[in-house]
Write a protein that binds this ligand. Structure first.
Ligand SMILES: CCOC(=O)Cn1cc(-c2ncnc(N)c2C#N)cn1
Length: 283
């Protein structure tokens, strides 16, 4: 599923699952962020896309922006382009920090890999004896330096982050990230969902105000786990991607191009994305 053609908008950048556009009228103050139905797993974009995924994750992002009392990049337009109106966000164009502001409440992914080598993550020492999926004593801020598309971001220490963005901005981004994570994980817990970790991106507007940008607390930027499964000792089961991961693990040896997902896996995954959204936005 390649980037949509949108009259009046020029496609400028594609991530694994989202596309960025600038207006053709030359206005440099706004951008359009469009979420596709593409799904990625094991660092591959899979086929086919998951019907409704772009709309569901855009709705989840919007819900979180509305429930987080921090300045953000959203602009509420009169109308969005009809081609993508339910899976697009009109945003202020910001001067983005080249930092993935990752907060971890649990040990997983690159954090688990680093812990196994050094019993620390991004220079933050952790207790001995932890295993993948364990809850951390307190949430930790573990920044990464944004890598070019297709490469892995580089986990860095807070001291290195200060060298990149300066001490004041580094402190403000860390405080903002930990505060937002605390709020979000408390809300998620009340819905029976564990927010294991997430990554935020921020930028400065023309007045120098730091604003929360990118997507926020979607299951593409976060690890959401089912609380019941975790309590039962089943660790690291992604709320919405586990169906795809389990099928791929059973039907692909990890080399070459992954096989296309069967209809049943696509349908079950689409339903899982809808259930995750409903957990938060439903009654
Ligand atoms: C494909 C979606 O974009 C990204 O993956 C990362 N990215 C964000 C920007 C950005 N740049 C200026 N202002 C903004 N508000 C944003 C945002 N969001 C650029 N790349």
């Amino acid at each position: 599923m390649s980037a949509a053609e949108i009259p009046g908008w020029a496609h400028t950048y594609s991530g694994k699952v989202r596309d960025l556009y600038r207006p053709e009228d030359g206005d440099t103050g706004v951008l359009l962020v469009v979420a596709s139905d593409r799904v990625s797993a094991f660092d591959h974009v899979l086929e086919p896309g998951i019907p409704g995924k772009g709309e569901l994750l855009t709705s989840l992002s919007r819900w979180w922006f509305d429930h987080l009392p921090v300045p953000n990049h959203l602009i509420e337009p009169q109308r969005l382009p009809v081609e993508v109106e339910r899976r697009a966000m009109l945003v202020r164009s910001l001067d983005m920090f080249p930092i993935e502001c990752v907060v971890r409440g649990y040990l997983s992914g690159s954090g688990w890999a680093e812990y196994q080598q050094s019993q620390s993550v991004c220079g933050i020492g952790l207790p001995a004896g932890l295993t993948s999926g364990d809850r951390l004593p307190v949430p930790i801020f573990t920044p990464a330096f944004k890598a070019p598309m297709g490469e892995h971001d580089e986990n860095i220490t807070f001291a290195r982050m200060i060298e990149i963005v300066g001490a004041d901005a580094a402190s403000e981004l860390r405080t903002l990230s930990l505060d937002i994570f605390q709020r979000a994980s408390t809300i998620a817990e009340s819905k029976g969902v564990i927010l294991a970790d997430t990554k935020f991106e921020f930028g400065r507007d023309t007045d120098g105000v730091i604003r929360l940008a990118d997507e926020v607390l979607t299951s593409d930027s976060s690890r959401y786990w089912d609380q019941e499964a975790w309590v039962a000792g089943v660790r690291g089961q992604s709320f919405d991607k586990q169906i795809v991961r389990d099928w791929l693990s059973a039907h692909w040896d990890g080399t070459g191009t992954p096989p296309p997902l069967p209809d049943e896996i696509v349908e079950r995954t689409s339903a899982r994305y809808a259930e995750l959204l409903d957990r938060f936005t439903g009654a």
